[in-house]
Structures are given as C-alpha cells and as structure tokens.
Design a protein around this ligand. Sequence first.
Ligand SMILES: [Zn+2]
Length: 248
Amino acid sequence: MKEELKLLVALQEIDSIILRKRLELKKAPEEIKRYQGPLSESEKAYKREKEKYEAVEKKKKQKELEVKEVDDRIEKLKSRMSDIKTNKEYQARLKEIEVIERERSRLEDEILYMMEELDEVSAGLKEAERLIGDEKKRLQSLQKELDVKSGLIEKELAELKDQRETLVIEISAGLYTRYMDVFQKSSGLSVVEAKDERCLGCYMSIPPQIYVEIKTSDEIMQCPQCGRFLYRKEATEEAQDSGSRNTD
Ligand SMILES: [Zn+2]
C-alpha cells in the first residue's frame, strides 16, 4: 500500500475511535434522563397524596368546629332547663337536645372516617417518600459512575487527539483537506476498503479499471459514487483476516 494511503487508513482508524468515544460521552446525560423519569413520577405521586392529605385534614377541622358549635348549643339548652315551667315544655326541650345529640354523633362518625382516611393517605405519603429517597440514591450513584466513566473517556480522547496530531503532520496539507472534506460529507467515514469490486462505504460496485488502479496507480483513488478514499488489503492481509475469522 502507498505510504500516504497507509497514513490515511491510520487516521481514519483514530477518527472512528474518536467518534465512537464522543458518542459514548453523549449517552451519559440520556442515561441520567432515563433514571429521572421514575423519580419525577414518584415526586408527582407524593404531591398528589400530600394535597389529598391536606384536603381531608381541612374537612376534618371543619367538622370538629361543627362539633364544638353543637356542644355549645347543647350546653346552652341544658343550662336553661331550670327556666322551664311545664312538663310539656320539658319534654319538648329533651326532644330538641336529643336531635342535636344525634347530629353530634353523626359528625363524630364522619370525623372518625376522616381519621381513617388520613391514616391511609399518610401511609401512601411515607411510601412515596421512601421511593423518592431510593430513586435519588440510585440517581446519585449512577451519576458518580458516569462521571468516572466520562473522565476516563475524556482522558482517552486527549490521548487520541495527540496521536492524531502526530499523524496529521506526516500527511500533505492538500490530501488532509480532501480527507476532511470527505469526512464531513460522509458522516465520519472517509477511508474504506474496496473488496470484490465494491466500495465498502456505499456498497456500490467499482468499475474494474478503477478497482485495479487502487493497487497500481500512484494516485490515491476515490469511490466514483461516494467519494471515499479506497484501499485494498494485500493478499497476505486478506488471508490473515479470513484465517482469524475461521478461528473465531
Ligand atoms: Zn463508495
């Protein structure tokens, strides 16, 4: 293989790794987002239960006030018993008190029912709180894990960039510009193998003449379809390739 083509192949290898690593870096926030979903669901559930609790509590306080009013009325009626002159009036007063007491007992039943409801809601609140705590912990440990991973990738990227710079110095400026042009246009794959008269970048067939020239010409050939730089593996490399494939 021509020396400059070898350099391009090596540059492509490094650039492909760089692209893969950058993609990995981008994945971290997406992973965090996946974990944030359940957390915000739990937080919503907590808010709903909390609102329910406060609404029931408000109603309960209202009922307690009503009980107090009823008690005051009973107290008043009882304290004025001595003013009563006739038996008929006395019986009527007793009847009146009885009706109010029934009202009181109905109110107390309602309050009891609300207290049970509050117990249930507060159990739901505790459960939601527990879930939120668990999910926050999970999120934190994932964040820590991802930070470490990202740190390693950043370090690898810095090393790759150094390697890349060393390599680029050896490539002529014109060829490097062409490489970068194709790189931008073909989503980061600028140099590909040609095999069985096909370009392994776009998978279109390569005219036999050009296919031969990839090996014989002094020029570096580009795919007539996609413009990618083409190389052909030496017979020995191909044998090694299929050999290693067979042992897999
Ligand atoms: Zn092609």
